[in-house]
Ligand binder design. Structure first.
Ligand code: LLP
Length: 418
């Protein structure tokens, strides 16, 4: 099967040799391409043809402060899930009005943190709304509504509907009103999020339509946030189609304009994309250390364990892989071999690609795992006392820049008391 290399097509590495990058920054290594990242920010910022619209970058996907600063330059706002995320956003130059705090099950102290930092907060249960009211009577709040429908690539990432822990359901709106009244809170925002990684526009549009019909009942809204979840083609080497942003744009714009004509107050509309913005701008490079045959299976042993990229282990996620041998990208139209690419973690489930057809691989080859920018580094760990990798940026001018150093052994010891 002839497939076009993504790295070649996008000139992702801007002429840098993967081996040299690994020699300089250590293996494994997260590499981001600034131009692709900016292009994706731009795609999301232009998702709706209406002036009062902004995309909130959902920083849980990748919270590297240098990338956050670029997203801000591209005009994005951001959402945060924790005080730590708020701190990173402040460090990257976001003002409080540009940050939307959308937590789940947080403590009194964490809510107080957001109040002290003047960040608008969305509460996603009556308990949390009540707690917020106690802390900030008379304040401005938002609520997260459970739209009753969900979508996503795995049940672990569906966040709407009856089976999930997220959001306040519509049958609790009386309690919302009572709580708002008790603490004289102003409900200025509503948000929802159906789930992560949809590849067809329809579920999102239907949820948005339904959401706007609910939003009409609140009289003081300044902000309506439709949520994120925009998918990217993880099977791009097989020619998987991209999400149809044109249809989304056309229909979402019409929905918004229809709402505005009736609602009459100036509302800011938002979406919350994480993955779409950063997944394709990140590639994970790693080294092959061993190749072995075990009965009928061939294992390609690498330093790409699930400590570095957890998605395949956690959701059986697919990531395309490109192979470099002595600096040369290996063609996929020659003979291929079925192998399992595994990491160096002490668990049998430590598999990054199972029974995958790849060009012949030998010790010393470099693998490039595509679409690793979202929920890659962000979900990495030091399991087995391994060090987290460095992150570098290939800048627009083609130069590389270290944007987070590789961990060193002292980092592993940092939190101990002896
Ligand atoms: N807004 C809210 C309230 C969310 O919970 C999420 C993701 C997003 C926005 C951004 O979703 P995105 O546009 O990135 O799909 N670790 C999983 C994904 C977990 C998503 C959690 N919430 C993965 O690697 O697929």
């Amino acid at each position: 099967m002839k497939t076009e290399s993504f790295l070649q097509k996008t000139n992702f590495l801007a002429g840098h040799q993967p081996e040299e990058l690994l020699a300089q920054y250590g293996s494994p290594l997260y590499v981001y391409n600034e131009q692709i990242f900016r292009d994706r920010c731009h795609d999301m910022q232009s998702l709706v043809d209406y002036e009062r619209f902004t995309a909130n970058y959902s920083i849980k996907a990748n919270s590297n402060i240098n990338l956050l600063a670029i997203a801000r330059e591209e005009g994005m706002y951001a959402d945060a899930m924790s005080p730590g995320e708020i701190l990173f956003l402040e460090q990257a130059g976001y003002s409080p009005e540009q940050i939307f705090f959308v937590p789940n099950n947080v403590s009194r102290e964490e809510l107080q943190f957001a109040i002290d930092h003047n960040v608008l907060t969305s509460l996603d249960s009556i308990s949390q709304l009540d707690l917020f009211g106690q802390l900030n009577p008379g304040g401005r709040v938002a609520i997260r509504i459970n739209p009753g429908v969900g979508a996503g690539h795995h049940e672990k990432v569906v966040t709407g509907g009856k089976k999930t822990k997220f959001g306040i359901s519509m049958d609790q709106m009386d309690q919302v009103q009572t709580t708002l009244k008790r603490y004289q809170l102003h409900l200025v925002g509503v948000n929802q999020h159906i789930g992560s990684l949809f590849m067809e526009p329809q579920p999102y549009l239907e949820a948005a339509r339904h959401f706007l019909s609910l939003a009409e009942q609140f009289s003081e809204l300044e902000l309506v946030d439709f949520g994120g979840g925009f998918g990217i083609p993880y099977h791009k080497l097989e020619g998987q189609e991209r999400l149809d942003l044109q249809t989304l744009k056309h229909e979402l714009t019409a929905l918004i304009r229809g709402f505005v004509a009736k609602y009459k107050r100036p509302v800011l509309f938002k979406s919350e994309p994480g993955r779409y913005v950063v997944a394709e701008s990140g590639v994970l490079l790693g080294t092959v250390h061993a190749v072995k045959q075990n009965d009928a299976s061939t294992f390609v042993g690498t330093d790409l364990g699930f400590n570095v990229l957890a998605r395949p282990m956690m959701y059986d996620s697919w990531h395309d892989i490109e192979v470099f041998h002595q600096g040369e990208l290996q063609a996929t139209d020659g003979p291929l071999k079925t192998v399992s690419v595994v990491g160096n973690i002490c668990e049998s489930g430590d598999i990054i690609a199972k029974h995958r057809e790849l060009p012949p691989i030998v010790e010393g080859d470099v693998l490039a795992v595509l679409d690793a920018g979202a929920y890659g580094y962000a979900m990495s760990s030091t399991y087995n006392n391994r060090l987290r990798p460095a992150e570098i940026l290939i800048q627009k001018d083609g130069q590389t820049r270290l944007i987070r150093r590789r961990e060193v052994f002292e980092d592993l010891f940092r939190t101990f008391e002896f």
